[in-house]
Design a protein around this ligand. Structure first.
Ligand SMILES: [Zn+2]
Length: 257
């Protein structure tokens, strides 16, 4: 299996073989550069592809043949858009997951409470969602994640167990923070790219082309395009015989600690 531990064992062995080959046969110096470049490429893949399971297993979809999918919204609550999303979900009788940011919860406490009260799942997406979060030490990461838990707990009286890594980036420090904090890391199987794609038709087509059993869709409360096309996405999902199931229920995970 392609993971951090196996890659380290493999590349350490290869490096030793290169040294041996150099002594016996004279391996050119650039062979080491190629070896290091391949190693770094694999690390890059492991860090930036949330479904790689490279540093830590991250649950990204349900293994099922049933026609079920889950919708998830990151980075909220966002004044305006989150309320519009809630109304669309209510009109469609659909439950979703909201991986919120703590500092946005503080600014939008009433909206946050409404998300929970209307039956949606609350997940931890850090307090700061800091640009350099991935560079934090495990201790600093965990403090940030727990600060988010505290905000949630103050408002709804429950502590999230599901954690979604900012930017979908995982690394050895985050693995330590997740294990120490006893979180369940959750990713997605379909990234809508709704923070980048502004063309609504393109966004809609991209999303509906990826509907399949057990899929987890990633959207953002902050995207106006998502709010615009969400009714059409939900219509398409339901018209194709799929049920929209809350993430923790579809993945059979404990939602709160
Ligand atoms: Zn995010």
């Amino acid at each position: 299996m392609l993971n951090f531990r196996n890659i380290n064992v493999l590349f350490t062995t290869l490096a030793l073989l290169f040294v041996l080959a150099q002594v016996l046969l004279g391996v050119p110096f650039y062979a080491y550069i190629v070896l290091a470049a391949v190693y770094l490429l694999l690390l890059f893949y492991g860090c930036y592809y949330v479904g790689s399971n490279f540093f830590i297993p991250v649950i990204c979809s349900a293994q099922t043949n049933k026609k079920v999918v889950s919708l998830s919204f990151d980075d909220g609550p966002a004044a305006g858009n989150t309320l519009r999303i809630l109304q669309i979900l209510k009109d469609s009788n659909a439950e979703a997951a909201f991986f919120c940011i703590g500092r946005h919860v503080i600014k939008n406490q009433a909206i946050f409470k409404q998300v929970y009260d209307e039956g949606h799942l609350i997940g931890n997406h850090t307090f700061s969602h800091h640009f350099w979060f991935d560079m934090f030490s495990p201790k600093k990461m965990l403090a940030d994640m727990r600060m988010m838990d505290k905000e949630v707990s103050n408002i709804i009286g429950k502590t999230p167990k599901l954690f979604r890594p900012p930017y979908g980036v995982t690394n050895p420090s985050l693995k330590k923070a997740i294990v120490r904090g006893n979180y369940t890391p959750v990713g997605w199987s379909m990234r809508s790219m709704d923070t980048v794609i502004k063309d609504e038709k393109r966004l809609l087509n991209k999303v509906i082309s990826k509907i399949k059993p057990g899929a987890v869709f990633l959207f953002h409360d902050t995207s106006d395009a998502t709010v615009s096309v969400l009714p059409a996405i939900i219509n398409h999902i339901q018209a194709n015989g799929y049920a929209i199931v809350r993430l923790d229920k579809m993945l059979n995970l404990q939602a709160y600690a």
